[in-house]
Design a protein around this ligand. Structure first.
Ligand SMILES: Cc1cc2nc3c(=O)[nH]c(=O)nc-3n(C[C@H](O)[C@H](O)[C@H](O)COP(=O)(O)OP(=O)(O)OC[C@H]3O[C@@H](n4cnc5c(N)ncnc54)[C@H](O)[C@@H]3O)c2cc1C
Length: 460
């Protein structure tokens, strides 16, 4: 089927990527049908999501800007200027994220962000949102979906083109696996997570510095907390599922309480629902999903977590999913053709980037829970920022390339590897910044790093 012959695009999943894509597509004049298994979150009946808040960075913000929604979204975001480390003895130290105060990451409330995207989608009469419609199966020959509702009724819907934006457990992906090879690999992390509530202080204000991501790194595990606009924080405990310490050993309140008091004594008084949270909230699983193929003929394409779920330690899953939406629109701009041609194009442009951010997210897992405490790591960060200051057109810390720039992830990874070689060389015989040989640094940067390309222009 050719793009120009298509009247309607069907999206499975009205989560972050599905609702943003619906906004973009409807504004291009397509009719869009969206099927979501949950009730409408704007009715106040949202089920517990996968995380209450999320770090929103440049890639995601750029996509929201293109959709004209960034100002609205920013009503509920909070800038975080760095990681605020809570040491075991209670000492605090701030590690700025960027080279200066302009480089911050934003804490966004997932549900409010999702509702804002749904409102924007629904503002266009071309969009039909169908809640309480869980995709169960797809008849690829007949181009027909079967969905169920919470009362157990079954609903059939025809489709022309189907986009699977239905998250890591994608039903579209499962339906595709019945007719084609996707080369799916699922790599579960040995660590899980549990969200803990930190309500506002008595005066309604944040109980800790709101402009930072708080982190209690403890080697094999960690607690983090991101601010919410209502004065609360959402804390997340990342811990091994098995072993000691591990969630499996923390089965009752005495064990849970003792563990938290031993390792996070300054956080416990602020986690006023600790007992209930341990009792009520399940341990979430974390993993990486990669596929070698993201589409099936001219029928269907996977994007966002459905195609490439990553562990959350770089705060990029949503950002990457939003970037997918922008890239999809860019592929549409490349002229009329059949959908398979567009899907191939999209996959070619995104798949190596998705694999690169999956790898960087796994690496960052070790950085956050462990390396941030190491003085050598701090020296390395300081040197990165110094080289960035001295050679801004050539050297930008890999973390910054991912969070504050839109250079393709794959390219950020590649440059990061070259830069790591330079840092290793310079730090081999330096114990502090003033012992670094900056003449050698200038030579290595000039020899090994090409000038950074200009960022891709606006599109969407
Ligand atoms: C603990 C944690 C912390 C995270 N922190 C960050 C962060 O700080 N920054 C960041 O960028 N990313 C973060 N992420 C990743 C981020 O949540 C995902 O990458 C992002 O939600 C992907 O968007 P999506 O639209 O592809 O999938 P989702 O947001 O999962 O949306 C999928 C939608 O499809 C619906 N659906 C599922 N199955 C069906 C079905 N059968 N039929 C119909 N509908 C269906 C779901 O209900 C949902 O609405 C985090 C993830 C976790 C688990």
């Amino acid at each position: 089927m050719r793009i120009s012959d298509t009247r309607k695009i069907t999206i499975a999943g009205a989560g972050l990527a599905g609702s943003l894509l619906a906004v973009f597509l409807s504004r291009r004049g397509f009719a869009v049908d969206v099927f979501e298994r949950n009730p409408d979150p704007r009715g106040g009946s949202a089920p517990a999501g996968r995380s209450i808040n999320l770090a929103l960075a440049e890639r995601g913000r750029h996509a929201l800007q293109l959709a004209g929604l960034l100002t609205e979204v920013d009503r509920n975001t909070i800038p975080m200027r760095g990681r605020l480390l809570h040491q075991p003895g209670g000492a605090l130290s701030l590690q700025p994220y960027g080279k200066d105060a302009s480089e911050v990451i934003w804490s966004a409330h997932r549900e409010r962000l999702n509702c804002c995207l749904l409102d924007a989608a629904q503002a266009n009469p071309n969009v039909s949102l169908h809640f309480d419609r869980k995709l169960e199966d797809v008849d690829w020959q007949a181009r027909s979906l079967r969905c169920s509702d919470q009362r157990g009724n079954s609903h059939e819907h025809g489709f022309e083109v189907l986009i699977g934006a239905d998250g890591g457990g994608s039903a579209v992906r499962n339906a595709l696996l019945r007719v084609t090879e996707l080369g799916v690999s699922e790599e579960l992390l040995e660590h899980g997570y549990r969200e803990l509530t930190m309500p506002p202080g008595p005066d309604g204000a944040h109980p800790m510095d709101p402009n930072a991501l708080h982190i209690w790194p403890r080697g094999g595990f960690m607690l983090i907390a991101l601010p919410n606009a209502d004065g609360s924080f959402t804390a997340t405990l990342f811990l091994a599922n098995e072993g000691d310490p591990g969630f499996a050993r923390l089965q009752d309140w005495p064990a849970q309480n003792a563990f938290m008091r031993e390792h996070f004594p300054d956080a416990v008084p602020l986690l006023s629902r600790l007992r209930e949270d341990f009792h009520d909230k399940p341990v979430g699983l974390l993993g990486t999903i990669r596929c070698r193929q993201w589409f099936y003929r001219d029928r269907a394409l996977l994007l966002g977590d459905a195609a490439h779920a990553v562990v959350p330690f770089h705060g990029q899953g949503m950002n990457a999913a939003f970037e997918d939406c922008v890239e999809f629109m860019h592929c549409l701009d490349r002229g009329d053709r059949d959908w398979q041609g567009l899907f191939e194009d999209f996959q070619r442009r995104r798949i190596d980037n998705a694999n690169a951010i999956a790898d960087m997210a796994l690496e960052n897992y070790h950085v956050m829970r462990d390396a941030v405490r190491d003085p050598r790591y701090l020296l390395r960060k300081a040197l990165e920022h110094e080289l960035e200051r001295r050679h801004p057109d050539h050297f930008v810390a890999r973390y910054s390339l991912v969070m504050f720039h839109r250079l393709p992830y794959e390219e950020a990874y590649r440059r990061g590897t070259l830069q790591a070689g330079i840092l290793d060389r310079l730090l081999a015989d330096a114990e502090s910044l003033d012992q670094v040989n900056f003449e050698l640094a200038a030579r290595l940067v000039g020899e090994r790093l090409e000038t950074l390309p200009p960022e891709a222009g606006d599109r969407g």
